[in-house]
Design a protein around this ligand. Structure first.
Ligand code: C2E
Ligand code: CA
Ligand code: CA
Length: 252
C-alpha cells in the first residue's frame, strides 16, 4: 500500500475500533501465581484477526506506530482503572517503539494519560527493544532516567538477539530483562547454551534486574528455568495471549 492509503486505512481502523488489546499472563517462577500481563495488539477486520507482525512493521515505517502505542496504552489505562475500582491490581506491560522514547515530551505525555485514568505508574511497564535504544545511547539514557523518575517500570524486550545487548545493558538502567524465546531452542540438549543463559540470569541478578523468560512451552523447560533462577514465566505453556474478557474470566 502507498503511504497515503496506509494512513487512511490506519485512521479508519482507529475510528472503527478495529485495534484490540489482548493480554498474555505472566507467572512467578516459584509460586506460579499471576504477577503481570503483557498487552499485545491485534486488528479485527470482520471475522479476521490480524497478527501484529502483519501491520506493526508497516506502521513503523510509515511513522504511525507512536499513535498505535499510545492507543494501546490508553486502552490499558482504562482497563487498569476499571480493575482498580474492583480492588484488583496487576502490572501490565506495553510495547514501546523506538522513536517514542527519544521524544523529550514522551514521559510527560505518559503521565498525563495515567492521570486521566487515575492509574499509578508502578502498574505500567514499558518494554523497549535494544534496537530502540542503540541509535543514540545518550538520548536513551536520558529518556530512561526521566521515565524512571516518573515511577514507571522499564523492561528490555527480546534480550540477547541483537548485536548490542550488552552495550545497552551497560548504559541503561532497566528493571526487567525479557530474555528472547530463541534462547529456548535446543536449550535442554546443549550444555553450552545453558551456560550462556545461566550467566545472563546471574549477571541480571547481580545488577538487581528481574528476568522474564518468554515463550516457555513445556514443563521440562520450566523445571530447568526454575533451577537457574529465572524470576517470571510467560508462554503458551501457561496461556496464549487472550482477550480481556477471557482474561477477566480466568484470573479475576
Ligand atoms: P513480543 O513483544 O516479543 O511479544 C511476544 C510474542 O511472542 C507475541 O506475539 C506472543 O504471542 C508470542 N508468544 C508468547 N508466548 C509464546 C510461546 O510460548 N511460544 C511462541 N512460539 N510464541 C509465544 P504477537 O502477539 O504476535 O506479537 C508479535 C510482536 O508484535 C511483539 O513481539 C511485539 O514486538 C509486537 N507488538 C505487539 N503489540 C504491540 C504494540 O502494541 N506496540 C508495538 N510497538 N509492538 C507490538
Ligand atoms: Ca514485548
Ligand atoms: Ca519479546
Amino acid at each position: 500500500m502507498e503511504n497515503l492509503d496506509l494512513k487512511k486505512d490506519f485512521e479508519k481502523a482507529l475510528k472503527e475500533n478495529e485495534f484490540i488489546v489482548f493480554l498474555q499472563p505472566q507467572f512467578d517462577s516459584r509460586t506460579e501465581k499471576l504477577v503481570g500481563a503483557e498487552a499485545l495488539v491485534r486488528r479485527i477486520i470482520g471475522d479476521k484477526l490480524l497478527s501484529p507482525d502483519s501491520f506493526i512493521p508497516l506502521y513503523e515505517k510509515a511513522g504511525l506506530i507512536e499513535r498505535l502505542d499510545t492507543y494501546v496504552l490508553e486502552e490499558v489505562c482504562k482497563l487498569q482503572q476499571s480493575w482498580n475500582k474492583k480492588g484488583f491490581f496487576l502490572r501490565i506491560s506495553v510495547n514501546e517503539s523506538a522513536n517514542h522514547l527519544s521524544n523529550e515530551k514522551h514521559g510527560q505525555d505518559l503521565i498525563e494519560l495515567l492521570n486521566k485514568y487515575d492509574v499509578s505508574p508502578e502498574f505500567i511497564e514499558l518494554e523497549v527493544t535494544e534496537s530502540a535504544v542503540i541509535k543514540d545511547i545518550e538520548i536513551a539514557k536520558k529518556a530512561h532516567k526521566r521515565i524512571h523518575e516518573l515511577g514507571f517500570i522499564t523492561a528490555m524486550d527480546d534480550f540477547g538477539v541483537g548485536y548490542s545487548s550488552f552495550n545497552m545493558l551497560k548504559n541503561i538502567p532497566i528493571d526487567i530483562l525479557k530474555i528472547d524465546k530463541s534462547f529456548l531452542d535446543g536449550l535442554l540438549e546443549h550444555r553450552r547454551f545453558q551456560i550462556i543463559l545461566e550467566s545472563i540470569v546471574d549477571m541480571a541478578h547481580k545488577l538487581r534486574i528481574l528476568t522474564i523468560m518468554e515463550g516457555v512451552e513445556n514443563r521440562q523447560e520450566i523445571e530447568y528455568l526454575k533451577e537457574i533462577g529465572i524470576d517470571i514465566f510467560q508462554g503458551y505453556y501457561f496461556s496464549k495471549p487472550i482477550s480481556i474478557n477471557e482474561f477477566e474470566n480466568r484470573y479475576i
